[in-house]
Write a protein that binds this ligand. Structure first.
Ligand code: BYC
Length: 322
């Protein structure tokens, strides 16, 4: 791929050929020609996604030592490990666009890259582990099942595998929620409190409303996104409210009502001022999360050095043997 931004403006015949491939539903692969802007948008979106998976390990990692049973501890460890794997998998996918992973990690650590707003909220009780698995992974599944049909091949394929694991995460979360919801009054109160705190941030995960989403138009045109932020948010609410009712809980929204005409659960206004503060770095835990990532990165320096030395040794040996 030889990017030529000067020609992306419209006179380059490769642009028309690219647009035709997108229109025909073809998958774009790393060695295919693509407009520079398409490449940049994918790097932005995929790297933010990878960062979200890695930062997403922190709120749940916080509860591994306090899980109430060995079974719960094993599931939580496996889930947190899966999130780390998703991050690495998506960083690899991003590298197919010709960007260096080190550069992306630097952007996360110096605060110039975004990651999902949801991970800037604290995990205050064990019930949060259930509610994160259920609502946060549930929201991720709604978003990522559609991304499995995205036009960039490596990203689409990554999503297929990731969604399978997210389904397990969601089920383990819902099982925790259902168990607490039919437990003692104190357990039910604890899980209701967790739903109250995570409900609105989960809806914010889908991004700003369509009228305020600067990237959506371009991403939809290139079939990177297949549905708008609001469409996916509505789908999540429609899927989730029956689950909330099934376990006898409620969501903190006095305006929630079922609209038979559209078959949608209509919800009240989202606090976009809160969302904007969180994505600007001023959420309850932004500073704590970045500090933890920086510390982990520094502490892992020797591992990266050892892995590089090991790879170099193997390369040398295989060259000598050849
Ligand atoms: N948080 O034009 P818009 C997970 C930013 S991992 C922070 O609508 P776009 C999981 C947006 O980046 C979940 N920032 O953007 C992991 C843009 O800023 P820039 C992560 C947000 O790209 C572990 C600006 O707002 N999932 O689920 O069209 C455990 C304007 O927005 C957020 C993904 O990353 C947000 N919530 O649409 C459990 C999925 N929303 O970059 C679970 C892939 C928006 O212009 N990403 N912004 O400075 C996407 O699907 C899309 O990028 C988004 C945003 C729907 C998130």
């Amino acid at each position: 791929m030889t990017p030529n931004p000067a020609l992306d403006a419209g006179e380059d015949p490769r642009v028309a050929a690219f647009e035709a491939r997108i229109a025909a539903g073809e998958s774009i692969e790393p060695k295919d020609w693509m407009p520079e802007r398409y490449r940049k948008q994918l790097i932005r979106m995929m790297s933010q996604h990878a960062h979200s998976e890695v930062v997403g390990m922190l709120p749940e990692g916080n509860w591994i030592t306090r899980a109430p049973s060995l079974r719960r501890k094993m599931s939580l460890i496996a889930k947190v490990q899966d999130e780390g794997g998703h991050g690495l998998y998506i960083y690899c996918g991003t590298e197919t666009l010709g960007v260096d992973r080190q550069e992306l990690v630097e952007q996360l650590l110096n605060g110039t890259a975004k990651y999902s707003s949801i991970f800037n909220y604290p995990t205050l009780s064990w019930a949060d582990m259930g509610v994160i698995g259920w609502l946060v992974d549930g929201a991720a599944i709604v978003n990522q099942t559609i991304l499995a049909k995205t036009s960039y091949g490596p990203y689409a394929r990554a999503m297929i595998r990731i969604c399978k694991e997210e389904n397990f995460h969601k089920r383990q979360g819902y099982e925790i929620v259902a168990t607490l919801a039919k437990g003692t009054p104190a357990q039910k109160a604890m899980v209701q409190d967790a739903v109250n705190r995570w409900w609105w941030p989960s809806l914010m995960m889908f991004g700003p409303s369509d009228t305020d989403s600067p990237n959506s138009g371009e991403l939809l045109r290139w079939k990177v996104k297949r549905k708008t932020n609001d469409e996916l948010r509505q789908r999540f609410v429609n899927l989730t409210i029956p689950q909330v009712q099934a376990v006898g809980l409620t969501v903190p929204d006095p305006d929630l009502r079922y609209d038979a005409a559209t078959e949608n659960w209509l919800f009240g206004p989202i606090d976009w001022a809160e969302f904007n503060e969180v994505i600007r770095g001023n959420g309850p835990c932004n500073k704590e999360r970045l500090a933890a990532r920086r510390e982990a990165h520094e502490a892992g320096q020797w591992v990266r050095e050892a892995a590089t030395a090991y790879a170099a040794k193997h390369e040398r040996r295989s060259t000598e043997a050849a």
